[in-house]
Design a protein around this ligand. Sequence first.
Ligand code: UDP
Ligand code: MG
Length: 321
Amino acid sequence: MSATTPQKSPQLSIVIPVYNEEDGLQALFDRLFPAMDRLRVELGLSYEIIFVNDGSKDRSAGILAAQYELRPDVTRVVLFQNNFGQHMAIMAGFEYARGEYIITLDADLQNPPEEITLLAKQLVDGHDYVGTIRSNRQDSWFRKIASRAMNHLRQRITRITMTDQGCMLRGYHRRIVNLVRQCNESNTFIPALAYTFAANPTEITVKHEERFAGESKYTLYQLIRLNFDLVTGFSVMPLQIFSILGMLLALGSGTLFAILLVRRFVLGSEVEGVFTLFALTFFLIGVMLFGLGLLGEYIGRIYQQVRERPRYVVQTVLERQ
Ligand code: UDP
Ligand code: MG
């Protein structure tokens, strides 16, 4: 730890975003705190746990406040005014975290808290980014297939090489977290952004369990949005591919036009094939709309970025001074 850091700062910060998790929080506390106390003894690392309540509409905030009263020495709670999304909640956790090492974890017990020790060891060993691969992932088949497809796409169009981008149990050195905070991006995908700054990354395999209680907080729509964040945030290749596609289509339709023109003079006028024409037109309209939508994705993000509105609003922070 650097000489300027006050002695009371913990060495390890755990950041946990919480959104409507009232049924699972107690089970999380029951496993997380003992695991962290064991880690403190085993690795000799002092720790703090930062819960960020992402505007939950259930009793989560109250449950977190009660837990804070029980363990104020190692617990801090950041309460958002509204729902700003998992990645913004983690960003706020980064802002308040004081540790040299920072580990993020989901509140739903899909990442076993006991695995934190494995990540902490890698960080202590000098890795500045610890990625994770979920062994035997316990999610719906649809999520698994979609996630695999996105992993492949990301691997192709960005320079980010991660085996499993979706797992949120990850460890970062403070240097990386500071860089991520500097970025000030209004839509982002933290594991990928952090990876771009890593000098000595590593990956480990961790266990994965079924959600302890409640349901996934991501609807299909939100998952699609998140994946657009991942793609547009790290690559302009979709736009480039689109311009190449446009060029090929223009060439194709130009050739078709030339052929039809010659045919018109050789064989006379024709009306057959009108449905083929419809099919072609609809296809081209579809391609155009997709292209417009894609452009819109980038432009919308530019718009959000230039407005520079606060990315999240913190209502209160429960912490011992
Ligand atoms: N989460 C959040 N804000 C949201 C959605 C989710 O803070 O708007 C939290 C949620 O409480 C959990 C984590 O992010 O701790 C991951 O969410 P979830 O388990 O629903 O995602 P999945 O595992 O299905 O990807
Ligand atoms: Mg989950």
